[in-house]
Design a protein around this ligand. Sequence first.
Ligand code: SAM
Ligand code: CA
Length: 229
Amino acid sequence: MAHNGLLQSDELYKYILETNVYPQEPEPLKEIRALTASHQLSFMGTSPDAGQMIEMLLKLTGAKKTLEVGVYTGYSLLLTALTIPEDGKTVAIDVNREFYEIGKPLIDKAGVEHKINFIESEALPALDKLLEDPASKGSFDFVFIDADKINYLNYHEKVINLVKVNGIIVYDNTLWYGSVAKSEDLVPETLKEGRTSVLKFNKALAMDSRVKVSMAPLGDGITICRRVY
Ligand code: SAM
Ligand code: CA
């Protein structure tokens, strides 16, 4: 999987991965990372150091019911399914089933497919559907958002009502390759649109009294967010 860490020193990021992350990474996750490495969009896969924090949060909160928006080949989904208990459930939404199918054999091999409800759909209507079900409102212990950045604020308005009070939402790529702190003229054209969305999102989230946040510079930046009320 492509290196997409934020640290200025590649050596330091390599050190963290090799000393801290890879020795604890479950074998099925190593396999899905290896499988994804040859895919042309492999840069989209969740960074294993961010994954390690997600696992920590899932365990600390005792998460049993989770939601993910943006599955790709399934690194974060498999991580979640491996971490939640045997009777846990995760709802995973992605508009592209073909990506999910790439990693699916490894999900099956790991024996955790029974915990997964994959929904092939645009995320916003799928989230609206979940919100229509009174049993879903305020019911999720943990949410991971990793789809199109332009919709992060729209996703936030939906998932804030799906996650339970004191539940966690993690937003991925909130430092957008470090571009959030660069002046626009120094930012490559390919990153500009995402940067605009991420800047707007980060600002709005920090002003949102419904949540308390912590931005962790893992992977490409993750914002850990707890619903307060
Ligand atoms: N979490 C994944 C992992 O661990 O490998 C990576 C997700 S990748 C960065 C983003 C995914 O979001 C892609 O698979 C893409 O198909 C999906 N996506 C993008 N826009 C979407 C939308 N509007 N609705 C649903 N899925 C979307
Ligand atoms: Ca991501």
